[in-house]
Design a protein around this ligand. Structure first.
Ligand code: URA
Length: 479
C-alpha cells in the first residue's frame, strides 16, 4: 500500500507529481491511499511501500485532462484525488476515454469540474466587501463560505477587479489578501473575525430595493440564481423576504381583481399567439453561456449576463452589453437604462414580462477608475465572438420581431455594421423572414444633455416601440 500526503486540499502540483510516480511504478489505484497534511491517519494503516524513481520511460496526458483535473481537485468531495488517479490510470490504456461522456468516472469528474465552475461564478457575484477604517486608510473585508476550495482560483479575479483597493476575503478554509501588488493566502478563520456592518451597507440595500421589480418576480428562478445559502452573507439579504412578501401581496390583489369572467364575445377558442416548437432550451443555453470564454471579456466581468424572458416571447429586444448594475445582478437592463426602457415599453403598450430581453455582448466591458467601472464599447471582434449566443437565443425563442437598440445590437442582428438613422423605425425582413426593427439605445437618451432634445428623442423611441406593439396586435389578430 502507498500513502500519499498532499500539502493542502488544492495541492494540484503535489497530486500530479505523486500520480506520475505511481503510474510509472505501475501502482494500481486500489493500492494507494490519499491524504491531506493534517488529516489523521487510519488507526491500523499498513506500512507504506517505497516508490522507485523509474529509469527513463514516461507517458503523456492531454491538456484537456490536466485542465479537468486542475478544476475537479478543487471539489470538496473527499474521494476526488483517488478518482482522478483512477481516471489517469485508465487513460493509459484508453487515450480516448475522456470522450466517453457516459463512463461513470469521466461523468463524475466532469460533474465535479462543473460544480467548481458554478461555485466560482457564485463567488464572483456574491462576495460583498465591507469597509474598515476610513478613506485613505480603508481596507475592504468580505466574509464568504464557498461550497468548494475555490478561493485561490477566484483571487486573481478580485485582484483585477479591485486592483486599487486593499482587500481580504475571509473564509473558513483559507483567506486571500490583496495589498495592491500581490495576492497572499493565509489559513481560514471563524466568521466572528469578519465585520458585520459598514457605512456603505445602507447604500447597498437602497440599491437592491431600487432594482427590485415586483412585476418581474420569479421566486424559483431567483433562488436558483441566488441560492439561499448565500443570503446570510449578503447585506441586501435582509430585504429579500419582505420584498418577496410584499410583491406576493400585490400580485394576489391583482389576481383577485382580475378574476371577473370576460363577456362571451371576447372569449377566444385558441390562445391568440401561435405556439412554437422549442429548439435549444433557453435554460440549457444560459448554463452553457455561463462558462463562455469566446473573447477575453469574461476575465474581468462578474458573470455572463444572459437574456431573460419567456421562451414563447414574440418580441426579442437586443441591447449592447450589460452595464455595471447588470453585471452584478446577472440580469439584463436592470440599471438606469433598464428603467428608461421599462417606462418606454409601458408607454408603448408592451408588457416587459412577455418580452425576451438580451444583449449583443454578454459580458460587461469596462475600465476601472478608482471604485467606478467605466463602460467601454465592445469592438467588432467581441461582437462577433458573442454573436453565436444571440443566434442561438433567436433560434430558441423564434420571435416574430427582433428589436435592435443601438449600433452594437444592429451589428449583431444584421451581421454587419448597420447605421441606425438609415434603418430606424421601419420593419426590415431578416433572411429567414423574421422582422427586425432598429431604434436607438436607451442609454443614448440618458446621455442627451439638453432636456428638450431628450424629451423629443424619448418620444421617437416610444414611437418606434409602438411599431412593435402594432405588429404584435396584428399577429394576435391573425392567429
Ligand atoms: N445597456 C445595455 O445595452 N444592456 C443592459 O443590459 C444594460 C445597459
Amino acid at each position: 500500500m502507498h500513502h500519499i500526503t498532499l500539502d493542502s486540499e488544492t495541492d494540484f502540483d503535489g497530486w500530479r507529481k505523486a500520480a506520475r510516480m505511481l503510474v510509472l511504478n505501475d501502482v494500481s489505484p486500489a493500492d494507494v491511499t490519499w491524504r491531506v497534511q493534517g488529516d489523521v491517519p487510519e488507526l491500523f494503516e499498513p506500512t507504506a511501500l517505497p516508490l522507485e524513481t523509474p529509469q527513463g520511460g514516461g507517458f503523456n496526458v492531454s491538456a484537456k485532462f490536466l485542465e479537468l483535473a486542475k478544476t475537479a481537485i478543487l471539489h470538496r468531495n473527499g474521494e476526488r484525488v483517488a478518482l482522478l488517479y483512477r481516471l489517469l490510470w485508465r487513460l493509459r490504456g484508453n487515450h480516448d476515454l475522456l470522450l466517453i461522456a457516459t463512463d461513470p468516472d469521466v461523468a463524475e469528474i466532469a460533474a465535479m469540474a462543473k460544480a467548481v465552475h458554478r461555485d466560482e461564478h457564485k463567488m464572483h457575484a456574491f462576495v460583498r466587501f465591507r469597509e474598515i477604517g476610513r478613506e485613505q486608510k480603508s481596507h475592504f473585508v468580505a466574509w464568504f463560505e464557498p461550497e468548494h476550495h475555490i478561493v485561490e482560483l477566484s483571487a486573481p479575479f478580485f485582484a483585477r477587479r479591485f486592483a486599487d483597493m486593499p482587500w481580504s476575503i475571509l473564509t473558513p478554509d483559507v483567506c486571500a489578501h490583496w495589498d495592491g501588488h500581490a495576492v497572499s493566502i493565509t489559513p481560514g478563520v471563524a466568521k466572528s473575525e469578519a465585520p458585520t456592518e459598514d457605512r456603505l451597507e445602507e447604500t447597498w440595500r437602497r440599491y437592491y430595493a431600487s432594482i427590485f421589480n415586483p412585476a418581474r418576480l420569479m421566486v424559483k428562478a431567483m433562488q436558483t440564481e441566488m441560492p439561499k445559502r448565500y443570503w446570510r452573507n449578503l447585506p441586501e439579504a435582509s430585504l429579500i423576504r419582505p420584498l418577496i412578501e410584499s410583491a406576493e401581496r400585490t400580485a394576489s390583489a391583482m389576481i383577485a381583481q382580475a378574476a371577473t369572467e370576460p363577456h362571451k364575445s371576447q372569449k377566444r377558442q385558441e390562445p391568440p399567439m401561435k405556439r412554437k416548437q422549442a429548439a435549444d432550451d433557453i435554460e440549457a443555453l444560459r448554463e452553457e453561456a455561463a462558462d463562455c470564454r469566446a473573447c477575453p471579456l469574461w476575465k474581468d466581468a462578474t458573470q455572463t449576463v444572459f437574456g431573460e424572458g419567456p421562451q414563447t416571447a414574440e418580441i426579442m429586444l437586443v441591447g449592447e452589453q450589460p452595464g455595471d448594475k447588470e453585471d452584478l445582478a446577472g440580469k439584463p437592463f436592470v440599471g438606469p437604462a433598464g428603467q428608461m426602457l421599462d417606462r418606454a415599453l409601458q408607454e408603448a403598450g408592451i408588457d416587459r414580462a412577455k418580452v425576451y430581453v438580451t444583449n449583443a455582448v454578454k459580458h460587461f466591458k469596462f475600465v476601472p477608475r478608482g471604485k467606478i467601472r467605466l463602460h467601454q464599447k465592445p469592438n467588432t471582434s467581441e461582437i462577433r465572438a458573442c454573436r453565436p449566443w444571440f443566434e442561438r437565443e433567436r433560434a430558441a425563442i423564434k420571435p416574430a420581431l427582433v428589436v435592435a437598440m443601438g449600433a452594437t445590437a444592429a451589428q449583431s442582428v444584421f451581421g454587419k455594421i448597420t447605421p441606425i438613422n438609415k434603418s430606424r423605425g421601419r420593419l426590415i425582413d431578416l433572411e429567414d423572414g423574421t422582422k427586425a426593427l432598429v431604434t436607438v439605445h436607451p442609454s443614448y437618451l440618458l446621455r442627451l444633455p439638453d432636456a428638450d432634445a431628450r424629451a423629443q428623442e424619448y418620444q421617437r423611441f416610444v414611437d418606434d416601440l409602438k411599431i412593435a406593439a402594432a405588429l404584435l396586435r396584428k399577429s394576435a389578430r391573425a392567429a
